[in-house]
Design a protein around this ligand. Structure first.
Ligand SMILES: [Zn+2]
Length: 478
């Protein structure tokens, strides 16, 4: 049969031409090579924690990286490979944060199709905190068009950033956005999101019961997985919300909201419902901890060491228009503290019931900083009862499985993407050792400790120098 170029062929040629043009014109950052190097890398004599199910850690391992892939584990070392000494170090898969909100370009005025962005988020500045912390894949819940643009910048190699899985949010009520209040509108919203290129659906709090059920059903038909909140309409009827194809609940406190007494019986009842219906849990313990801290005092935000990497406009918002601190009452703070305690017992109960738990942070919410917060979450998961190995699983292999990407990432195996985190100490003896980063491979690009340090200090300097220009209360004037 003769091959004839079709529509797709021309489209690919067109895209290649455009990307060659753009790459040729783009200026490069002085401290960072954005391109995947031609030569191979080999990490020698490293303690390997592959996170392959059932695999024991290997000492003295050799890992070869070629292009954007892991070429082999304990295989042949290609000639000319650049050697990274892994002695006294530990290698784990790049981390996955299963719940983030990423700033994009935008404006705060009335929306018109012709109204372009007036506040710009440098994609590299937004992504640096992720990669500097070894976070090489993120699940953006509530994604919008700007995130497709960011994803392309990363894939094109103009920006060093994590892989981005994008979920379209569907809510009920009458707010702007993708809001639907009837089952047929709910189904159409799912189909539209699919047509726009989203792979996942996020359901939100104001959906009514019938519309929620229709969205879950339509998403299953469209082969889109669903993550999200348990809508408020299900209060007292949680068993009607936890149904097959509702793939994952996005916060532990979605269950806390369903409990009147925060009892262990309730925690176990919710865990059984989740287990029976195949619903996973992303507890996002860190965001509730941060909310409770902020209700007590904003010093918790002011004193965050990683605040220096947050865009000044958001810093200003977190400190001057903080919804958790404004009007916080002693009774409210007490309730939050009880919920924090119940969240921990939920993790314990869900673990015991055998419900897969994945690490998410809700990064982008006030006080929860991209990348840094995932290490906080891992520590909190261990505090709540996971072993360090289970915590690592919750941020590597398990998220890859949920996202349907476990053939490509989440473990260290030949053929998978070269997303790797090299550590100076053993995370299995102390989970806080995930913060002791010796270097990161992001899609085959090696960022050593020095490069990461420079990326962060550059970012911090840029944020500090523009700090006085941004005030949250004036956001609509920009
Ligand atoms: Zn969120």
């Amino acid at each position: 049969m003769q091959w004839k170029p079709d529509r797709h062929f021309y489209r690919i040629v067109w895209l290649l031409l455009i990307s060659a043009f753009v790459t040729g014109c783009s200026h490069s950052e002085p401290t960072l090579s954005h391109q995947i190097p031609d030569h191979a890398f080999v990490i020698r004599n490293v303690n390997l924690i592959s996170m392959r199910p059932g695999a024991e850690p290997l000492s003295g391992a050799t890992v070869v990286i070629q292009g954007d892939r892991i070429a082999s584990v304990n295989g042949q070392i290609p000639r000319g490979a650049k050697v990274i000494d892994g002695r006294g170090k530990w290698l784990i898969p790049g981390l996955i944060d299963m719940h983030v909100h990423v700033p994009t370009d935008g404006h705060f005025n009335t929306t018109f199709p012709t109204h372009t962005a007036v506040i710009f988020a440098s994609t590299q500045d937004v992504m640096t905190p992720f990669v500097a912390n070894g976070v090489t894949t993120v699940f953006a819940l509530g994604a919008k068009a700007g995130h497709f643009g960011q994803r392309n910048e990363i894939l094109r190699g103009d920006v060093v950033g994590p892989r981005m899985a994008l979920a379209a949010m569907i809510n009920g009520g009458d707010e702007a956005g993708r809001t639907v209040n009837t089952p047929s509108d709910g189904r159409q919203a799912v189909r539209s999101a699919k047509a726009e290129g989203y792979d996942y659906i996020k359901v939100y709090s104001q959906l009514n019961m019938e519309t929620f059920a229709a969205i879950i059903d339509e998403a299953a038909k469209q082969q889109m997985k669903v993550v999200g909140h348990i809508p408020n309409a299900f209060k007292g009827n949680v068993e009607k919300a936890l149904i097959p194809h509702f793939g994952m609940v996005a916060h532990a406190e979605e269950f806390a909201k369903q409990s009147s007494d925060y009892s262990n019986e309730d925690a176990q009842r919710f865990a059984k419902l989740a287990k029976d219906n195949g619903v996973w849990l992303s507890p996002t313990l860190i965001v509730l901890e941060r909310i409770a801290e902020q209700a007590r005092s904003l010093d918790s935000v002011r004193n965050l060491p990683c605040l220096q990497y947050v865009h000044p406009l958001l810093q200003n918002k977190w400190l001057t228009a903080n919804q958790y601190n404004k009007g916080a009452s002693p009774a409210g703070i007490q309730r939050l503290e009880k919920m924090v305690g119940f969240n921990n017992r939920l993790v314990e109960a869900f673990k015991e019931a055998g419900v897969p738990i994945v690490a998410g942070t809700d990064a982008g919410g006030s006080g929860v900083v991209w990348g840094f917060s995932l290490h906080d979450e891992l520590a909190l998961l261990v505090k709540a009862g996971l072993t360090p190995a289970e915590a690592l699983d919750s941020a590597t292999h398990l998220p890859a499985v949920w996202l349907g990407l476990d053939g490509k990432l989440g473990t260290i195996e030949g053929g998978k993407y070269a997303d790797l985190l090299l550590l100076d100490a053993d995370p299995l003896t102390d989970i806080s050792n995930t913060r002791k980063i010796a270097g990161v491979f992001v899609n085959g690009r090696w960022l050593d400790k020095g490069t990461i340090g420079r990326m962060l200090s550059d970012l911090s300097r840029r944020v500090a120098s523009s700090k006085d220009k941004w005030e949250w209360s004036k956001r609509t004037e920009y």
